[in-house]
Write a protein that binds this ligand. Sequence first.
Ligand code: FIX
Ligand code: ZN
Length: 419
Amino acid sequence: MAHCDHGSSSALRQRVGDIVSQTPVLDLHTHLYDPSFRSLLLRGIDDLLVYHYLVSESFRQLDRDVSYDRFWAASKSEQADLIWDALFVKHSPVSEACAGVITVLNALGLDPRHGDLKALRAWFAALPAEQHVERVLAAANVSAVGMTNSPFDDEERPYWDQAVARDPRFFAALRIDPLILSWKTAVPFLKQHGYDVSSDRTPRTASEVRRFLADWTRRIGSRYCMVSLPPEFQYPADTDTGWLLDHAVLPHCREFGQPFALMMGVRRAVNPSLRMAGDGVGRSDLNALRDLCAANPDNRFLATCLSRENLHELVVLARKFRNLHPFGCWWFTNTPQLVDEITRMRLELLGTSFTPQHSDARVLDQLIYKWQHTRSVVAGALGDRYVALASNGWQVTDEEIRRDAAELFGGAFDRFCRG
Ligand code: FIX
Ligand code: ZN
């Protein structure tokens, strides 16, 4: 039996680490915008600190006299001060979201120990948006950024009417939560925008919803259509959601040859006082996803689950349905320990036919930490698989490692999208 001794296995792990860090990433889902969307592109220290992950953590440590009302009445920089004091000064920033801020500052050459927030603010303020984007994409080694584009968003919509040069590294994804999840409020919105829909489930309404989806797909040049779903999601179902999927969304995706992305298991507004930080998690019924894949073989589905308990079932489903592509360790599962567990499980059951991670970044600078942390975990998991193969005589070449890393960091997604 061929043998991989300790020296050669650590050299192999080193090679994998180097190749994984050199492999550019296509980040398939973020909440970032290119600089032509001006203030919609969040960046810099204050936005990093008021990230909703940190808002919810800070309320566990803030003085009791900081009520929700007082916090939300404060300006962005006052909120950032409160969070900095609670999570970085009075306690050590050991959580993943806190550690992320430190990773970012360190990668940008900033030392938060020898400066105060004022100095950090001044540094970021001197950086024009375009230069900031270059710097971050280079530091994170990210080559393409998937945006989240909602026609229902009153702040975002007007930007699509402007004929401005867009950064082609940022690609669009059509986000349709209000259409699928609150049909009663979507109807007046669609009517107001010139689509002849009614709340009855008629063929005319279905074709008008398809016209809406087609118009927006073309206008923004989106690559896929996406929704986030509550744990109660069922399919098939005699509900507005079920009807819209069958008669508008899935036919639309088939017509345009695009995947439909499902982010499953978010329980919105568990604590509404926390606003965007108040969402939680619930276990989904993945029979709904099984039936979607089985009943619609000409559709392709990208899927991620927020509940750790759903993620094993998701991998098994992907083994059964070639029209299903698991992606990402979403939100509360984006911690190194869970990314490690989930990535190893996926590699062991799916090979490289999945996408281990998306960043879900809301603030430009977060690309640095989300990808730096992910890369080290993915390199470890992949390295261990190669070491196991080597111990049985299969020596992976650098070219093969490069191919596999490219698959995991966007290649498999790209191919899946193209069908
Ligand atoms: O639905 C989504 O796209 C989620 O990612 C967001 O709603 C969530 O707020 C988030 O930022 C998670 O990372
Ligand atoms: Zn998201």
